[in-house]
Design a protein around this ligand. Structure first.
Ligand code: HEM
Length: 545
């Protein structure tokens, strides 16, 4: 009986294994025929490396896709195509080609592809339109435009924002770091909390208290979103996986829904009272609620009774500028749903990038004590114990050059955010069909030995001229170029300068005794390119006077 059972089990196993094998083979053959057919249709795409059936070149990318893609440019040229899973992708490399595509052919390359991980609930079920992952159209341009203007109105790049938000957060951060007593720590959570709180302050007008379970909960949710984004990258390129009942897909749905609901709650102000920032300022959300809604009401009233001498309510300098308010279709830009979606995008894009850049920065300082000492010397001699302000930038060129070098080397968004073509584009003797995914390889620009001699060397000096002033090279493009360049660039520059300068003034960063330098090749490209796990000792420097 036992023998019979074993034979039956073997038979079932063998049959199902054989069925699976046959099924896989059939799928592969159909797929290859399909690919060949598609290949013919797309025969004027630039050439590139061959990939495997079904997976294309995905298995060759490893942990650091940007490094592999940059290497392929040496073989196939600055414009080439690859297949990721079933999706053809054009890769643009080098400053000349990238500038030509994003600036000269700006609108043609300004789309975003329809990727699974871009379709979080606010884009999927709730149909809100934000910025980051939306395809290009006139309304997106307007949302970008008013978001950037609003940042200026809120004081980004000016000292009033500095005193309203930065000071309070920097003080908390300094205290937390001082309390570590110079012991070896992972500075990531401490830094992340402070940068996230600044982003919250600007978007929602309040900050949360460190160690508050709600605060830690939402930051963990965002972190989880990033992790799942990385795990689910393969679904972007092998779309039939989306149809399978995989637990990770359900988890993605749950986590992104949680994030969206939290942001909606913040936006509607349900939770503000508990956590209001004492330095409360006008934020993105309450600007919308007051000025824009008032303006909308006025527009509606205007339709009913239009009186000659009525004066329009002051909407906001940002909208009244150029007297263009008549042309603005407010519903398309400022519907509450869309603003919520923009707020989610700003929150998501806003703090991970800045935190990761700072993490690389302090690690470099620990690895290059001579550069760290030079930065500190410049800060000490110009500011003493006085708090840094963005107005000090001009007086601290070496510090600024060091921040630029941190942004260049181990750049946090090496492939920017995926683009797509908005029309059929004739480019470099090829025809790139509408809706083709395009990767902008900014890493290839930041590490190009023609632009940056000895590119692997950490050398702030390359951003200074012979008079010691900072140079803005055209090829220095950390915020990308053209129609989809970073809308938070001014805020990011301000945050990086204030955080970096303030921490350099008060602390020295060191590797723990006996620890060896982390291997940079082990950085990880997930949503951003982050350093390998490491610990640092953050040692207080004491007063200067
Ligand atoms: C060191 C910090 C930062 C870096 C290096 C950075 C870099 C970038 C890059 C490379 C892109 C993609 C551009 C493209 O697709 O061509 C981008 C997009 C974007 N960034 Fe940033 N960013 C930073 C900080 C911020 C901050 C602080 C915010 C806002 C609070 C922000 C908001 C956005 C948004 C909304 C987009 C999407 C733009 C669009 O799709 O049109 N970023 N950023």
């Amino acid at each position: 009986m036992g023998a019979l059972q074993t034979i039956c089990r073997q038979l079932i196993l063998y049959t199902s294994l054989r069925t699976v094998l046959v099924f896989t083979l059939v799928v592969m053959v159909i797929f290859m025929i399909f690919q060949t057919f598609r290949g013919k249709q797309r025969k004027n795409l630039p050439p590139g490396p061959w990939g495997l059936p079904i997976l294309g070149c995905l298995p060759y990318l490893g942990r650091d896709a940007h490094v592999v893609l940059t290497r392929w440019a040496k073989t196939y040229g600055d414009v080439y195509s690859v297949r990721f899973g079933t999706v053809p992708v054009v890769v643009l490399n080098g400053f000349g080609v990238i500038k030509e595509a994003l600036v000269k052919h700006g609108v043609d390359f300004a789309g975003r592809p329809d990727l699974f991980t871009f379709r979080t609930p606010h884009h999927r079920g709730l149909r809100y339109k934000g910025i980051l992952v939306e395809n290009y159209d006139r309304q997106l341009e307007e949302r970008r435009h008013y978001t950037m203007r609003l940042f200026r109105v809120l004081g980004v790049g000016r000292t009033n924002l500095e005193s309203a938000i930065f000071k309070s957060q920097l003080e908390v951060l300094m205290k937390d770091l001082t309390n570590t007593g110079g012991k070896a720590i992972d500075i990531f959570p401490i830094l992340r909390d402070s940068v996230a709180n600044i982003t919250l302050g600007i978007i929602f007008g309040f900050r949360l208290v460190h160690n508050d379970p709600q605060y830690e909960g939402i930051l963990d949710t965002v972190h989880k979103m990033y992790e799942l984004n990385t795990k689910l990258n393969v679904v972007n390129f092998v779309p039939f996986l989306e149809k399978l009942p995989l637990p990770v897909l359900k988890e993605f749905d749950e986590v992104s829904t949680r994030l969206v609901l939290q942001v909606i709650a913040w936006f509607k102000g349900q939770e503000n009272n508990k956590h209001v920032d004492s330095n409360h300022m006008k934020s993105f959300a309450n600007w919308y609620k007051t000025d824009v809604l008032k303006y909308k009401q006025y527009e509606m009233d205007e339709k009913v009774t239009l009186k000659e001498n009525d004066k329009k309510p002051a909407l906001n300098d940002s909208i009244q500028a150029n007297g263009q308010e008549k042309d603005v279709k407010l519903d398309s830009i400022f519907s509450e749903n869309q603003i919520i979606s923009v707020a989610i995008d700003l929150f998501m894009a806003g703090f991970e990038t800045v935190t990761t850049t700072l993490r690389w920065g302090f690690l470099y300082m620990a690895l290059h004590p001579e550069i760290q000492a030079k930065v500190q010397e410049e800060i000490d001699s110009n500011l003493g114990d006085q708090n840094p302000s963005i107005t000090d930038k001009g007086a601290l060129p070496y510090t600024e050059a060091t921040i630029m070098e941190i942004q260049r080397l181990n750049y946090v968004l090496p492939l920017a955010v995926p683009h797509s073509t908005t029309t059929d584009v004739e480019f470099h003797d090829y025809t790139i069909p509408k809706d083709t995914m395009v990767l902008v390889n900014l890493w290839s620009v930041m590490t190009d030995p023609v632009c940056w001699p000895n590119p692997d060397k950490f050398d702030p000096q390359r951003h200074l001229n012979e008079r010691g002033r900072t140079i803005r090279h055209d090829v220095f493009t950390p915020f990308s170029l053209g129609k989809r360049s970073c809308v938070g660039a001014a805020l990011a520059r301000m945050e990086l300068f204030l955080f970096f300068t303030s921490l350099m003034q008060k602390f020295t960063f060191r590797l723990p005794d006996g620890a060896s330098a982390p291997v940079f090749e082990e950085g990880t490209l997930a949503s951003t390119f982050s350093p390998p796990y490491h610990q640092l000792c953050v040692v207080s420097r004491g007063p200067k006077t």
